[in-house]
Structures are given as C-alpha cells and as structure tokens.
Ligand binder design. Structure first.
Ligand code: SF4
Ligand code: SF4
Length: 142
C-alpha cells in the first residue's frame, strides 16, 4: 500500500490498504535497522534465522502494524519511506499498465473490486494538463 507525497494523479492505494492486511510481509533481516537498513526493529519479528516479518502480518488474520487507517476508506503506511523492498516492489493493478492478480486477490478478500485503468486517471484534468506521472507504489507478499 502506498502513501505517496503529493500526487496529481489519484492513488487508489490510499483508499485501499488490502494487501497490507492480507499477505505476510517478510524480508531479509538486513533490511531492518539492526541490520543496517531502514525498517524499524520494533515493528518486526523474527521469521527464520535470516528473515524478518512485519508484526501483525504473520497471523491468521494479518494486518501490518504499520498500516494506519481503515481498509477500503483512508489508509497510509506509517513507515512509507522506510518500508522493506517487499513492500516497494508490489505493484498495484494497472499502475504500470497491467493487472496484478495478487492486488486483485487482496482487494477481493476485503470486499473491494479489482482496480481498473480508470482508477489511475484524474477525473478532473484541465484541458491543457499534460501530467501523466503515476505515483510509485508498494506492498507485501512473502
Ligand atoms: S497495491 Fe492493491 S491491494 Fe495494495 S493497497 Fe494498492 S490497490 Fe490495495
Ligand atoms: S510496511 Fe509494508 S505491509 Fe506494512 S503498512 Fe507499510 S507498505 Fe503495508
């Protein structure tokens, strides 16, 4: 899920958050502060000898401890700038021009329809607007 800076293009992740409460978000331990990385240690747990997991995501009903807000309404990642590569490489459906079945699956699990290309289009573009810059995105999987 995503918490971009200011974006002219709509970002459907900010009204979703489903993947942060669906997948186990694990990553190599060196991505944590303890390992010289950025992910806050206190928000992680040991998964294996060499892998960490975001607290809350290794559960029957997962929800990342860093996910703030209400899924399907308004959400953001409390550690957006420090999130793991697992989160960074997760591409929402149609942000890059193609669907992501994992994004669709997470949304479906939370009662949300799959994204469509139109979800990335600004509804009120001015006639002379040339902005087509999509926001960058994220999310977990393990
Ligand atoms: S990547 Fe998909 S499932 Fe995750 S927050 Fe964005 S729209 Fe929702
Ligand atoms: S750390 Fe990753 S899984 Fe957790 S809220 Fe942020 S983007 Fe979602």
């Amino acid at each position: 899920m995503e918490q971009p800076p200011i974006a002219e293009t709509p970002n459907p992740c900010l009204t979703c958050g489903a993947c942060c409460a669906f997948f186990r978000c694990s990553f190599y331990w060196r991505e944590t502060e303890e390992g010289g990385g950025t992910v806050p240690d206190q928000l992680t747990e040991n998964l294996t000898e060499h892998r960490k997991v975001m607290r809350g995501t290794d559960a029957r009903n997962p929800r990342c401890i860093a996910l703030i807000g209400d899924i399907g309404d308004r959400v953001y990642c409390a550690i957006y700038d420090r999130r793991s590569t697992t989160c960074r490489v997760f591409i929402p459906s149609w942000e890059k021009g193609e669907p992501n079945p994992d994004c669709d699956r997470a949304r479906a699990a939370h009662g949300l329809p799959p994204l469509t290309p139109s979800d990335w289009e600004s509804p009120t573009e001015s006639p002379d607007s040339t902005s087509t810059t999509p926001p960058d995105t994220v999310l977990p999987a393990a």
